[in-house]
Design a protein around this ligand. Structure first.
Ligand code: HDD
Length: 703
């Protein structure tokens, strides 16, 4: 019996081994209310009481069970990455990667492995806004036939610190300040910049954080990186160093800062909603997985240390080789059960993948298991449906809170009473057969607390990043530093950061200093370089495709409905989603007298929730919209944020003086730096849609 709302919002209809496993745990809504013991309940509105106006009786087991369970509904939020959104999907390789790795899920072209991905912000609590300036987590759990593999990455390829022992310091500095728990979802405060100024290894990461990468337009439009150098191991036991890259099919695109701040209020769920709605609508987001491969003998061929997580391998130096694609095509059914309870762990690796000595990775391999124990309340969290491997599990681990399995047999090894089971594979086991054997590598050295000399250059790659930016990206970076440091009360903290930036680029340091009332530093002697890596600039990472972008069409009574319908059709053909907005919900009266359906009422929406705005034609409609403050704000705000804006016929008037250049009534279409106009003639709708789609594909017009 179908009861209650459809909750998954998934259009996939695709089944895989993970989905079949989850199906066993899914609990559909049922018609009758029971206690947790399965006893039918007669009344859940009134507690059992002694007489009409008497006290509640302890005997009311239903009341006590209901309230007790409620009292225990919350678990500790993640200490970092508390706010996130997840989805299921699959990964499939393009070709066998057997030459480099025996990882089972990378052996065969087209063989699909189920995945669950969780995207997140880092600083803010669970209820914070999505569009804050922050790193985004990009964690993928591959449910492989040889066990779960977790690639727990971010949307930046580098990290703040080099050694995991600094993580608590870093997190204490960036999180809300302890005395007043402010600011929420922001790094713009004293303790963060105090730490960064004193810990110059943060500098490269700060360049990314102050860039537009920290305010992604969509989870679907950001890259992901494994960050560390990992190791592939093939069936012969040969190792190859590897860095992982996720590249979004939709290209890389960001918000602008003003827009991000407005969106945080207009829709705090901006990124979460975008992901959910895209999957529900069948616009499945897709990423290509790429690898940078470095033969072990070339480990020291770079002018930085491959074990240093504050460094990238520039793509121009080692190209990214595409190895497969990931598609997310199913929303979870229950946020808590799946997205909140999913437990990632960097040490969840499978045969064919191994670690390196990166001190950040080594420390993470301790922290993730530890944090799940407190967060999920005990050692059996891997039995939770979302965390269960599809590979068979057979360990001697027993008991503990929340044990779900009725285990049998002996639980020690060696044993004779249990027939020696479960048996380990033994020495010389075959990696390719799915037995994990640690990569054999020689380790020796003195026990020291010291950072390698090869980790000491904190500025060269920050400079590389700065050199690689387009003019508008640089302007945004300077503005971000000014904003963040401008919020810092302590002047020496501001000065120290400017001093660090001076080692990145003198022009950058000077521009920041001038904005925050700090004396610009003298140009440092020596240092600096002119090298650049074009692959770092977002200006080079657009997909050139407007698919899945959202366009608001503003209309009112008297709208030229035929023209709007034709434009909608033209844009839909390019995969663009169009919504018609009018001063009121329901429908408006079209110029021909018919009723024209409205998708949203203007006051409930804002331009920041769309990628572009079009003002529909029709004299009466345009006149009504001109008198509508919400409509005017829509257009001017979109324009200010560099978005494509369009006008049809009389609607061109709302775009302001000069916009109607070229838009003759005879049906000409003009497109200039994101402003697209057309005459009132129905015949030009198709060409308008084409020109507007092209403008959308460019994402923004920063000038
Ligand atoms: Fe971490 C969560 C990514 C360094 C300790 N981290 C967490 C998540 C992501 C990352 C995406 C959220 C996972 C999820 O969605 O559940 N973390 C990174 C990256 C790092 C990194 C890319 C550097 C390359 N992390 C890092 C260090 C430590 C931690 C150095 C500790 C020493 N991270 C944690 C944690 C979290 C976590 C405390 C909090 C919640 C969780 O693990 O499950 O253990």
């Amino acid at each position: 019996m179908a009861v209650g709302p459809e909750t998954t919002g998934s259009g996939a209809g695709r089944e895989d081994e993970k989905d079949r496993q989850l199906e066993e745990f899914r609990d559909p809504p049922k018609p009758s209310l029971t206690t947790d013991q399965g006893v039918r309940v007669d009344d859940t509105d009134n507690a059992l009481r002694a007489g009409d106006r008497g006290p509640t009786l302890l005997e009311d087991f239903h009341f006590r069970e209901k309230v007790t369970h409620f009292d225990h509904e919350r678990i500790p939020e993640r200490v970092v990455h508390a706010r996130g959104s997840g989805a299921y999907g699959f990964f499939e390789p393009y070709a066998s990667l057997a030459e480099y790795t025996c990882a089972d899920f990378l052996q065969e072209a087209g063989r699909r492995t189920p995945v669950f991905v969780r995207f997140s912000t880092v600083q803010g609590p669970r209820g914070s806004a999505d569009t804050v300036r922050d790193v985004r987590g990009f964690a993928t759990k591959f449910y492989t036939r040889h066990g779960n593999y977790d690639l727990v990455g971010n949307n930046f390829p580098v990290f703040f610190i080099q050694d995991a022992i600094k993580f608590p310091d870093f997190v204490h500095a960036v999180k809300m300040e302890p005395q007043n728990e402010m600011p929420t979802g922001a790094s713009a405060h004293d303790t963060f910049w105090d730490f960064c100024g004193l810990q110059p290894e943060t500098t490269h990461m700060l360049m990314w954080l102050m860039s537009d990468r920290a305010i992604p337009r969509s989870f679907r439009m950001m890259q992901g990186f494994g960050v560390h150098t990992f190791r592939f191991v093939n069936a012969e036991g040969r190792g190859t160093l590897v860095k992982f890259h996720w590249k979004p099919r939709l290209g890389v695109a960001s918000l602008v800062w003003d827009e991000a701040q407005i969106a945080a209020g207009r829709d705090p769920d901006f990124n979460r909603r975008d992901l959910w709605e895209a999957i529900a609508a069948g616009d499945y987001p897709e990423w290509e997985l790429g690898v940078q491969l470095v033969p072990e003998e070339d480990e020291f061929a770079f002018d930085f240390d491959l074990l240093d997580s504050t460094k990238i391998i520039p793509e121009e130096q080692v190209p990214v080789r595409p190895i497969g694609r990931m598609v997310l095509d199913r929303n979870p059914q229950n946020f808590f059960a799946e997205t909140e309870q999913v437990a990632f762990h960097t040490a969840n690796i499978v045969p064919g993948i191994d670690f390196t000595n990166d001190p950040l990775l080594q420390g993470r391999n301790f922290s993730y298991l530890d944090t799940q124990l407190i967060r999920l309340g005990g050692p059996n969290f891997s039995q939770l449906p979302v965390n269960r491997p599809v590979a068979e599990v057979s360990s001697n681990h027993r008991d503990g809170y929340g044990q779900q399995v009725i285990q049998s047999g002996t639980s020690y090894f060696p044993n004779s009473l249990g027939g020696g089971c479960p048996a380990h594979a033994g020495a010389g086991a075959d990696l390719a057969a799915g037995v994990f054997t640690h990569y054999q590598r020689r380790v020796d050295g003195d026990a020291i607390r010291r950072r390698s000399d090869s980790f000491q250059d904190h500025y060269s790659q920050a400079t590389l990043f700065w050199n690689s930016m387009s003019d508008w990206e640089r302007q945004h970076i300077v503005a971000a530093f000014r904003f963040e440091l401008g919020k810092v009360e302590n002047v020496p903290v501001r000065e120290r950061m400017v001093e660090n930036l001076n080692h990145v680029d003198h022009g950058l340091a000077t521009a920041v200093a001038e904005g925050i009332g700090v004396t610009p530093p003298a140009k440092p002697a020596g240092g600096g370089h002119n090298a650049a890596s074009p692959a770092l600039s977002q200006a080079n990472l657009l997909a050139g495709d407007p698919a899945t972008r959202k366009v608001a069409v503003l209309a009112a009574d008297g709208v030229d409905a035929g023209q709007v319908a034709a434009v909608r059709e033209g844009l839909a053909a390019r995969g663009v989603r169009v919504e018609v907005l009018a001063p009121r919900d329901g429908s408006v009266r079209a110029a021909d007298g018919s009723a024209f359906a409205v998708d949203r009422a203007l006051p409930t929406m804002a331009s920041v929730l769309y990628d572009a705005v079009v003002v529909a034609g029709g004299d009466e409609s345009a006149a009504a919209l001109s008198a509508e403050p919400d409509a005017l704000r829509f257009v001017t705000e979109a324009y200010r944020h560099g978005k494509p804006v369009g006008g049809l016929g009389a609607g061109v008037r709302l775009l302001g003086p000069g916009a109607d250049r070229g838009a003759s009534p005879s049906g000409e279409v003009a497109s200039e730096r994101g402003v697209v106009t057309a005459g009132g003639d129905a015949s030009c709708a198709g060409r308008f849609a084409e020109a507007f789609a092209e403008a959308l594909a460019q994402h923004r017009f920063p000038d």
